[in-house]
Design a protein around this ligand. Structure first.
Ligand code: FES
Length: 97
């Protein structure tokens, strides 16, 4: 095992969990997967790819409040995220990069 520093200034974990019969961030129509893809693309377009990593996450245990995402290491948490929130999210992420 090699211990290393985190290679990104920020990592955004976007819940893309899907679950039949119960609320989940990326169930059909919920938007989690679309948000993750849009956020990845927006970070890339903003030239922040080397600083901000957008990663898919499994269930974050706040399923009924989803789609959810959180930012490491700041600990910011966003619930009920919609695809149209992506530009504002990228601005918030880049403001403090
Ligand atoms: S499915 Fe996203 S928080 Fe549980």
């Amino acid at each position: 095992m090699e211990k290393k520093s985190v290679p990104f200034e920020k990592t955004v974990f976007v819940c893309t969990n899907v679950r039949e019969g119960k609320a989940a961030c990326a169930n059909p129509g919920a938007g989690g997967d679309e948000i993750c893809r849009a956020l990845k693309e927006a970070v890339k377009e903003a030239g922040l790819k080397s600083k901000i990593r957008v990663a898919r996450s499994g269930c974050l245990d706040r399923c009924a409040e989803g789609p959810n995402l959180f930012v490491y290491p700041s600990g910011e948490w966003y619930s009920k995220v919609a695809p149209e929130d992506v530009p504002a999210l990228v601005k918030k992420l880049s403001d403090r990069s």
